[in-house]
Ligand binder design. Sequence first.
Ligand SMILES: Cc1cc2nc3c(=O)[nH]c(=O)nc-3n(C[C@H](O)[C@H](O)[C@H](O)COP(=O)(O)OP(=O)(O)OC[C@H]3O[C@@H](n4cnc5c(N)ncnc54)[C@H](O)[C@@H]3O)c2cc1C
Length: 327
Amino acid sequence: MSVEQYEIVVVGAGPAGLSAGIFVARQRAKCMLITKDLGGQLNLIPKLENYPGTIMSSGPLLAKTLENQYLTFGGEMTYDTVQKVEEIEGTTDLRIKTVRAEYLTKALVLAPGKVPNNLGVENEVQYQNKGVHYCTKCDAPFYQGRVTATVGVGGYLLESGILLSRMASKVYLIYRGGQLGGDKEMIESLKRKNNVELVPNSSVTSVKGSNALQQIQIKDSTGSSKTLDVDGLFIEMGSKINLDFVKHLIKINTKGEIEVTDGGKTTHPAIFAAGDATNIPYKQIVAACGDGAAAGLSAFNYVEKLKGKPGIRSDWKKTIGDTVFHY
Ligand SMILES: Cc1cc2nc3c(=O)[nH]c(=O)nc-3n(C[C@H](O)[C@H](O)[C@H](O)COP(=O)(O)OP(=O)(O)OC[C@H]3O[C@@H](n4cnc5c(N)ncnc54)[C@H](O)[C@@H]3O)c2cc1C
């Protein structure tokens, strides 16, 4: 098997990976983007309201636009799954093993994102984005003045309840135990809200509706069931980040996220990272794009320095005659 050499390999075609790819390919570096799918979590966003510069877009449309931009700059892309990243003794190269191939690279940008956990109830998938949502901070604004329920774990549930209480006319906060767990101030704040009804010792067993969600069935610890009429159900069960393929090379925090510092630097000099798989506080598209661009430029500069070149600065300027051009 011939193993192709790249200057930079990017893992993941969500907004972080595609943005990293755009900034790397535009510098004419030889770049390969390896991804399981196009868009990642963008595929779960039919209505996108908070991406600056667009009044109303959709996640899949943004993914396609970013992909076109990356390919236009000469970046290469393949649909595959990265299974292992290895150091190669005696060189600065990394070996990237995927299901179907192997690649050598001088630098790696990780943008594998995360996948929200499902509740696992009947019809859940059918009502995704038709009343069933997995990101309260993203989708609560669509439920202004409407009836909602939220189910989930720990701090995720408390935050979801607080966000919804600012928008929705009614919020059922459903949890399995007898007591809410987590930050005491948040719990007290929720208890004071007139539009929040706490539903302890309960779990959601099914979701129902016609075209969109209309009702959820809940069951309490005594086994009795009841139906709640709701327009939206928010599921906040956390999410999975899978870094098994690279965790032996970089520092990962207790939440399972890649620890990054300025410019997406990890604890490995040749590995950079961006997006939801990192320890950034706000997991949103605009942040993933910005951090992806920074991680891409850091990887490019790292490779330039290996070649004995100075690298670039994102705020570089050029003086022609008396005029200073800022790029
Ligand atoms: C339901 C929902 C609604 C949302 N709504 C909004 C919103 O309205 N506004 C907003 O700003 N944000 C929203 N978000 C958050 C936003 O989608 C994420 O912050 C963003 O997508 C993170 O981008 P990312 O590139 O880090 O990761 P992701 O989008 O998760 O992309 C990760 C990519 O990596 C690939 N990958 C993973 N592992 C491997 C591997 N081993 N090999 C190859 N490829 C791999 C995946 O296939 C995927 O392409 C929402 C999230 C959800 C779940």
